[in-house]
Structure formats: structure tokens, C-alpha cells
Design a protein around this ligand. Structure first.
Ligand SMILES: [Zn+2]
Length: 266
């Protein structure tokens, strides 16, 4: 992630007179940065929106957002505000990057506001790379487990990815991955074996446990060591990419290559 967003975030907190120690009072920050209203809207399709009301600006958040999602969304919209004011968004748009880049910048800004770089570095550098540390960061900062996992990879260089499954109608369904390397985006899903495996782990324990989990990467099924935590409705699987990256990468390659035509080696 671009460290200049950490810089922008720390300047925004300083300008608002808010100490960079979580949990950050995000609504107070918004009002101090000049937002005139924060409203909820049940009809909003997106998570949130920065709106202009005459010369004033407000933030609208989707009504059914969880508390963590709402906090992150407000921080994200403040990212748009700060980028517009600093001229960065205008510059970004003139240079013509995809809209996604601005959205990603605002997500990074939100993470930098809610989980300040220096604070994360000093308080989490010596903690083990596991689910318990991710939960601890999420709890202290009022953010989601996904956002916390991503932030630990950015600030401390953790090499992990967090996968989530949900139990729906008796079957474990893959929901999403956080902190996945770009080459795994959209490539992870359940394998036929995943369902039985997660059911079996749930029968055994609901505590954090190290075990093997099978799932699909591209067109291949892989079984990797992971730290796993199951409740009656959700499963968290923390991959140690330092250990499993080559296995995942080779599954991706096998899945992608046409079998009858081997690539020419250089
Ligand atoms: Zn946005």
C-alpha cells in the first residue's frame, strides 16, 4: 500500500485533533473534517456515498450495514473528501486510472484512519500471526476481521490470507477471501471435499485449531495446512502463504495450462 495514504490519514486525524489511538471516533472525525450530516438509507445499493447539500457535504451509509462496516464506510467516504480536498482525486482522475483505483485508495485511507500505521506497528509487531491476533485488532479498532487481516499484511508484512465460509441450508458455502494475493483473486471456491471436511472439524472442535482444509484453486483441489475456527454458521480459514504459496501457485498453473500443449521452456 501507498504510504502517502498513511500520511494523509495521520494529517487528517491531527487536523481534527483526534489522537491516533483506536478505537477512533469516526463520526467525531467526520464532523470535525467538515461533514455536516451522517445519515442511513435503506435503499442505497452501494455501502456509502459522499453527497453535496449546497455548499455542505454529508455521508449516507446503507442502513443494514454492520457496525464495523458502517465505521469503515464512513472512513472510506472521508477518503474521497480528503482526496478531493488535497487535489489527489482530481489528479488521479486527470491521469485517468480506473475508478477502482480511487476506490482502492479510499479503502486504504479508511484502513489507515481506523488502524493507524504507527499504532499497529508498535502494538502488534510481536504478536503471533494467527486468528487470535486478527480478532484482537478487529476488536480494538471496531473493524471487520477481513479489514484487520488486510491491514496486518500491509503494516507488518504478514503473509496470510483469510477465507470465509458460511453454513447455508446444511452446506458450507465459500463467501469471500481477504488479503489474497492478486493472482488468487476470484480463484478460490469450495471443492466437493470442503463441505465434509468443515463438518468434521466442527464436530471435533469450535476452538482455533491447526488442520488441513481442502478447497478449489482454479481448476485444482488443494489441501493446505491452515488455522481454522468454526462456529455454528461460519468458518474462518487462515492460510499461511509463506508455507502454502508454492502449492497454491502450482495448482493455478496446472489449472491454467492446456494439458495437450506444454509451454516451451526458456
Ligand atoms: Zn468510494
Amino acid at each position: 500500500m501507498d504510504r502517502s495514504l498513511d500520511q494523509l490519514a495521520s494529517e487528517a486525524l491531527a487536523r481534527a485533533g483526534i489522537e491516533p489511538f483506536p478505537a477512533i471516533d469516526i463520526e467525531k472525525l467526520a464532523y470535525r473534517l467538515g461533514i455536516s450530516s451522517i445519515a442511513s438509507d435503506e435503499h442505497l445499493v452501494e455501502d456509502g456515498r459522499l453527497v453535496s447539500e449546497g455548499r455542505q457535504r454529508g455521508i449516507v451509509v446503507r442502513k443494514d450495514a454492520s457496525k464495523a462496516r458502517r465505521r469503515f464506510t464512513i472512513a472510506h467516504e472521508l477518503g474521497h473528501l480528503v482526496l478531493i480536498e488535497s487535489g489527489s482525486e482530481a489528479v488521479a482522475q486527470r491521469l485517468g486510472p480506473p475508478v477502482d483505483d480511487v476506490e482502492r485508495m479510499c479503502d486504504d485511507f479508511a484502513a489507515a484512519i481506523l488502524m493507524p500505521f504507527e499504532w499497529v506497528s508498535s502494538c502488534f509487531a510481536h504478536r503471533p500471526q494467527n486468528l487470535s491476533t486478527i480478532r484482537h485488532l478487529a476488536h480494538q479498532t471496531g473493524t471487520s476481521l477481513s479489514a484487520s487481516a488486510v491491514r496486518l499484511t500491509e503494516v507488518l508484512g504478514w503473509r496470510v490470507a483469510l477465507l470465509r465460509w458460511r453454513l447455508e441450508g446444511g452446506r458450507w458455502r465459500f463467501m469471500a477471501g481477504a488479503a489474497l494475493p492478486f493472482w488468487l483473486h476470484g480463484q478460490v471456491r469450495s471443492a466437493p471435499e470442503t463441505n465434509d471436511s468443515l463438518h468434521a472439524i466442527f464436530q471435533r472442535t469450535t476452538r482455533d485449531t491447526r488442520t488441513k482444509v481442502p478447497f478449489r484453486v482454479g481448476n485444482e483441489t488443494v489441501t493446505v495446512d491452515a488455522q481454522v475456527s468454526l462456529s455454528s454458521t461460519s468458518a474462518l480459514v487462515l492460510l499461511d502463504l509463506a508455507r502454502s504459496q508454492s502449492q497454491l501457485a502450482s495448482a493455478m498453473r496446472v489449472g491454467r495450462e492446456p494439458r495437450q500443449r506444454r509451454p516451451v521452456s526458456k
